[in-house]
Design a protein around this ligand. Structure first.
Ligand code: GDP
Ligand code: IMO
Ligand code: MG
Length: 422
């Protein structure tokens, strides 16, 4: 398989985990390059459910190497819990996992500050996962972060942690929050450091050497295009570059080594957390929640739902350079009489073909819809494009056409087998 970047082309939770699991069959290495344990990627193998937060979803395929790249922020305790949880589920975790020395750490003060800042924002909150992601990337940019290479060096870790806890305790006190005990944090994180130490390495060199040997690399994006710190609906975004460029900076693999970008979308739209969602629709949300679907894999929050937004996905195709589109959750629309597809935005008489950068203007945008008849028949047993109902194919073709990318994969259920290749 060609070196492939897989990105979410909406607001996250597009079904990246499932598509990564499918594509890993043809890959040698799977790399996470940004985000942290705010991500929740679900993979079903038979009746077993796996939710990956930091470990690449490729770990579920024996013989594949998985890398947590330099662009990821790692909560060491969260990662140890995830590794132990995977081992309990029978997954081999040993020389198949590599963690970058230069990945930054998420520490308890990051989580506490995330929580305090959200509380302070009140009704203007972002609706973060409270995993400390924003403050951790903030420290990275401010050059006050600690990295994996520090965690596995006990004297250096102790010294750096001491100064960081002292500074952050004064900020926490100003918020009226309880300060942290250096001793407690130090002993818990050192223990996690010892557990993770065997996995920690120079992943940039590892990936370079793999490239020299023509290994095929799959980059597992986390979050989605409109949660990107630069290209998303700022400030209602996460704190990393979730778009295709982030895969290069977050791994050290140069752009000319990338052959293909796959964008994953749901056949409708979801978003969890605050911020504008032009096609939001209560009926679809009720329908999907009633089916037990669209609850967050990380926080369990109900996801907001709406019609497919081709204005957004066209922009996602533009900023990611999407070559191929993977559409998931087609089966979620099986029962509808009629399906809407957003092809433009309108504020009064002004039409917008792209997402306006002013988030307040975006919040006023009214979607302009094209309407398609529903297929009203279950599609989850379909395995071939030609077996899909004609109305479903018409809808999918229109969705890809309005997005401006080639339709390559359609997912009709959560398991590996429920996948149609075009
Ligand atoms: P990710 O964060 O992009 O990996 O997506 P999540 O795992 O957070 O959310 C996607 C949800 O959709 C998960 O529960 C998946 O098991 C599920 N899923 C993925 N593709 C399909 C599909 O085609 N049909 C159905 N019914 N569920 C799907
Ligand atoms: P995956 O990889 C969906 C959202 C949060 C919030 C915003 C900022 O599973 O697609 P953060 O905790 O990152 O500071 O929160 O981003 N968010 C996600 N939404 N899927 C995710 O990951 C997300 N990770 C963060 O809900 O709106
Ligand atoms: Mg998710």
């Amino acid at each position: 398989m060609a070196n492939t970047i897989l990105v979410g082309a909406q607001w996250g939770d597009e079904g990246k985990g499932k598509i990564i699991d499918v594509l890993t069959e043809e890959a040698d290495i799977v790399v996470r390059t940004q985000g942290g344990n705010n991500a929740g990627h679900t993979v079903w193998l038979g009746s077993k459910k796996y939710v990956l937060h930091l470990v690449p979803s490729g770990i579920l395929r024996p013989g594949k190497k998985c890398v947590i790249g330099n662009g990821v922020v790692i909560d060491p305790i969260g990662l140890v819990e995830e590794i132990e949880g995977l081992i309990r589920l029978g997954v081999k975790m040993g020389d198949n996992l590599f963690i970058s020395e230069t990945a930054h750490l998420v520490l308890p003060y990051h989580r506490l500050l995330d929580e305090q800042r959200e509380t302070l924002k009140g009704k203007n909150k972002i609706g973060t996962t409270k995993r400390g992601i924003g403050p951790a990337y903030g420290d990275k940019a401010a050059r006050t972060g600690l990295r994996m290479i520090d965690l596995v060096n006990p004297p250096r870790f102790a010294a750096l942690l001491k100064t960081r806890i002292a500074e952050n305790n004064s900020i926490l006190k100003a918020f009226g929050a309880k300060p942290l005990s250096f001793q407690k944090v130090h002993s818990a994180y050192r223990a996690a450091g010892d557990r993770l130490q065997p996995f920690v390495t120079n992943t940039v060199v590892l990936l370079h050497e793999a490239n020299e040997k023509k290994a095929s690399i799959l980059f597992e994006g986390a979050q989605g295009t409109f949660l990107d710190i630069d290209h998303g609906t700022y400030p209602f975004v996460t704190s990393s570059n979730t778009t295709a460029g982030g895969a290069c900076t977050g791994s050290g693999v140069p752009p000319h080594r990338v052959d293909r970008v796959v964008g994953v979308v749901k056949a409708y739209t979801t978003r969890v957390g605050e911020g504008p969602l032009p096609t939001e629709n209560a009926e679809i949300a009720d329908l999907l929640h009633g089916m037990g679907r669209e609850f967050g894999a990380t926080t369990g929050r109900p996801r907001r739902c709406g019609w497919f937004d081709a204005v957004a996905t066209r922009q996602a195709a533009m900023v990611n350079g999407i070559d191929e589109l993977a559409v998931t959750n087609l089966d979620g629309l099986d029962t509808l009489d009629s399906i809407k597809l957003c092809v433009g935005y309108r504020v009064g008489r002004t039409r917008y073909a792209y997402i306006p950068n002013d988030v307040e203007l975006l919040a006023q945008c009214q979607p302009v819809y094209e309407e398609f008849p529903g297929w009203k028949t279950p599609v989850s047993a379909v395995r071939q494009w030609k077996e899909l109902p004609l109305k479903a194919r018409t809808y999918l073709k229109a969705l890809a056409d309005r997005t401006g990318a080639r339709l390559a994969i359609v997912s009709v259920g959560p398991s590996r087998e429920q996948t149609v290749f075009l």
